[in-house]
Design a protein around this ligand. Structure first.
Ligand code: OGA
Ligand code: NI
Length: 334
């Protein structure tokens, strides 16, 4: 547990981070790539604006998300998370930072992945498959709204991936192949946070962690809460708030891209503190194809800079990370 004085705590929780902002409508590609690269080398967190997702539609998605969480627990448990990591995750289901947390995260969620139809040869792979959906009589238009958001967020992810490829000195379409983002694992997650966090007692809305995948596009309802720690080995750790910007995504790179880039691009530790206000957010986690071998990118190694991480299959890596952080499903059978 964190053992810090009140002053240290106050000092560290007041800081606000200033991040680079990538404008997807900017014609000056060179400028965007330079700015993105700088952000990726520094901490892997940046804003993305002019991504083309309509603000009214975003509000609609948040409205629908609120409607789901407002349902009675019994109704939500009908779509409890399954083995394919789809569906409802109750409060405390996930513990992202077991060393510093006395209970699980004070949040509940709903995972929605890529809908792979039953006649698809990849249907039985762990992270592909159908999604459970709340009853359309209970939540009309819910599924349509979420599926549309999933499609749009994936389109934005591919736009960002093109800039990432250029920032890594790769061909602009490097990540846009069937082996990578053509048939990706891409999972959106509706989240609702409640309660007050108290780091001195090990209580967090979302424990400190770095994301597992390639990158995450985060949309929030505007309530503060997200913090990043650029140097996890610093003592004491310095946490900075990432303020939401209306209409912008907060994008961060995940551990898979850090591995892929041989540690060149950073996946930074972050957490969420609750202040008693309800907070809704929607991370969109992007990973490549199930079968994609995540091994040092050709432009990130040299004789003097050999690959630091062994190659690993995307789905193997991801399955391990989910297992480490989520409650065993059998605990819900009792
Ligand atoms: C996550 C995460 C931040 C937020 O789900 O991995 O870091 O603001 N979420 O919800
Ligand atoms: Ni995260």
């Amino acid at each position: 547990m964190e053992n810090r004085t009140k002053e240290e705590l106050q000092d560290s929780t007041m800081k606000v981070s200033s991040l680079n902002c990538i404008d997807l409508a900017n014609d000056d590609l060179h400028h965007s790539v330079v700015s993105l690269k700088q952000a990726c080398l520094d901490c892997g967190f940046f804003y993305v604006i002019n991504h083309g997702i309509n603000e009214d539609f975003m509000e609609d998605v948040f409205e629908q998300s609120k409607k789901f969480f407002a349902l009675p627990l019994e109704e939500k448990m009908k779509v409890l998370r399954n083995e394919k990591h789809r569906g409802y995750t109750p409060v405390l289901d996930e513990t992202l930072d077991p060393e510093n947390q006395v209970t699980g995260d004070h949040k509940e969620g709903y995972y929605i992945g890529i809908e792979v139809p039953k006649d698809d040869p990849d249907w039985d792979k762990l992270f592909y498959g159908p999604n459970p959906w709340p009853d359309s009589d209970v939540l009309p238009k819910w599924r349509e709204t979420m599926e549309k958001y999933h499609q749009e967020a994936l389109r934005v992810s591919k736009d960002i991936a093109r800039l990432l490829a250029l920032a890594l000195d790769l061909d602009v379409n490097y990540f846009d192949t069937q082996e990578m983002l053509g048939k990706p694992i891409a999972t959106m997650r509706l989240l609702r946070y409640q309660g007050i966090s108290d780091p001195s007692k090990g209580i967090y809305a979302c424990g400190a962690h770095s994301d597992f995948g390639m990158m995450t596009l985060l949309a929030t309802d505007g309530v503060m809460g997200l913090q990043i720690c650029k140097d996890k080995n610093a003592k004491p750790q310095k946490w900075e708030y990432v303020p939401p910007i209306k209409g912008a995504f907060i994008v961060n790179l995940g551990d898979m891209l850090e591995r892929w880039s041989n540690g060149f691009f950073k996946s930074t530790m972050h957490r969420v503190l609750g202040n008693g206000q309800e907070r809704y957010s929607i991370p969109f986690f992007v990973e490549p194809n199930h079968e994609c071998l995540v091994e040092c990118l050709p432009t990130c190694k040299s004789e003097s800079n050999v690959p630091k991480y062994p190659a690993i299959k995307c789905s193997t890596y991801l399955a391990q990370r989910y297992k480490e952080t989520h409650a065993d499903l059998s605990t819900y059978n009792q």
